[in-house]
Design a protein around this ligand. Structure first.
Ligand SMILES: [Zn+2]
Length: 245
């Protein structure tokens, strides 16, 4: 059953009430609405728990999509109690983890501004993220870090703009990913815009992001690896760069 995706309208919503609409044979739980982000677009799904009326908890692993993108499956960890259809629960996402993912995800967008090459892959992680670029140039990682931190410190607003699938199809140039398809199929696509009037960047993306670049905090490029002749893998980490011995 299609779910009301609360996280799409409010990235900062960490808890809300919901009603169980289905319980799958493998234990997967569907709700009428959710603030849990399901794994997609290189961002891992949210974890957390469902709180039952008696106060007991159903602990959840990474949330995933069902057969289509408008189905969200909440995945209980082993040996959890099973709720019944129609039961009212309170959702709680692991906010500390999600917030790190939002900061990291936004950092990946900033990296695509600093390094204007086609993106061939990306994976957002709570401790480290990676972005792969189709490029042959050699770049100094400390230079990239300095440019990233400039964008962070300028504290640009980050916000969504919605366009139709048709508008996106008519403007293929706005897609930076070579292999990662934009989140089409729901009739509308969210553009993640950075800076007033998208002055810094805009890019189709269905993930979760912070609302101003300052929230990303201190990040640095830990490593740039050569992955084949025309591919460079950038690893982003939180914190100040570690001085090399
Ligand atoms: Zn994004």
């Amino acid at each position: 059953m299609p779910v009301e995706a609360l996280y799409r309208d409010d990235f900062y919503l960490s808890t809300a009430e919901a009603v169980v609409t289905a319980v799958h044979e493998d234990g997967g739980i569907e709700l009428d609405r959710t603030c849990f982000y399901a794994t997609s677009g290189g961002q891992p799904g949210d974890t957390g728990f469902l709180e039952r009326a008696d106060g007991s908890k159903i602990a959840l692993g990474q949330t995933k999509h069902g057969a289509t993108k408008d189905i969200v499956i909440h995945v209980p960890l082993e040996d959890q109690a099973q709720p019944s259809v129609g039961e009212k629960l309170v959702m709680h996402i692991d906010w500390a983890r999600r917030y790190k993912l939002m900061r990291m995800h936004t950092a990946c967008h900033l990296l695509s501004v600093v390094c204007q090459y086609p993106i061939t892959g990306a994976a957002v992680g709570e401790d480290e993220s990676r972005v792969d670029f189709d490029m042959t140039d050699t770049i100094d990682k400390d230079d990239v870090t300095a440019k990233l931190m400039e964008l962070v410190n300028q504290n640009h607003p980050v916000y969504l703009q919605w366009i139709t699938d048709e508008e996106l199809a008519a403007n293929p140039g706005i897609v930076k990913s070579k292999n990662v398809r934009p989140p089409v199929g729901l009739g509308r696509v969210s553009l993640v815009c950075i800076g007033e009037n998208s002055s810094v960047d805009s890019q189709p993306c269905g993930g979760t992001h912070v609302s101003e670049t300052q929230e990303v905090g201190a990040i640095h490029i830990a490593k740039i690896e050569k992955k084949g002749k025309e591919n460079r893998r950038f690893r982003i980490k939180f914190g100040e760069p570690v001085a090399e011995a």
